[in-house]
Design a binder for this molecule. Structure first.
Ligand SMILES: [Cu+2]
Length: 106
């Protein structure tokens, strides 16, 4: 009985977690990110649409979220889920001037 209650509450917690997870957008436009900084919550997803007519390659080497989206053309969007709190520096491998930070709050 106790085990069943525990299982149900674990399912409820994980369901609420995903229900409240928000999706944010950080576009790439004119060789810049559409925002220099963004605050999200743990579990949120950020999409990175490319609005430029050339390729971008979004990545991060910050220990809380290491990722590399590879290079992709105009019209394509890639998504990243942030599952750990911290400050993440996001850069573009093709354009060294492109930088922005995502603060993931617990
Ligand atoms: Cu770029």
């Amino acid at each position: 009985m106790l085990r069943r209650v525990l299982t149900i509450s674990i399912i409820a917690v994980s369901l609420t977690g995903s229900l409240f997870a928000a999706e944010h957008e950080v576009g790439q436009k004119e060789k810049k990110f559409t925002t220099e900084s963004l605050k999200v919550k743990v579990g949120d997803v950020v999409s990175f649409p490319n609005y430029d007519s050339f390729f971008h390659n979004i990545y991060s080497l910050s220990s809380e979220k290491i990722f590399d989206l590879g290079s992709y053309p105009q019209g394509q969007t890639k998504k990243v889920k942030f599952d750990k709190a911290g400050k993440i520096l996001v850069e573009c491998a093709i354009h060294p001037g492109m930088k922005m930070t995502i603060e993931v709050q617990p």
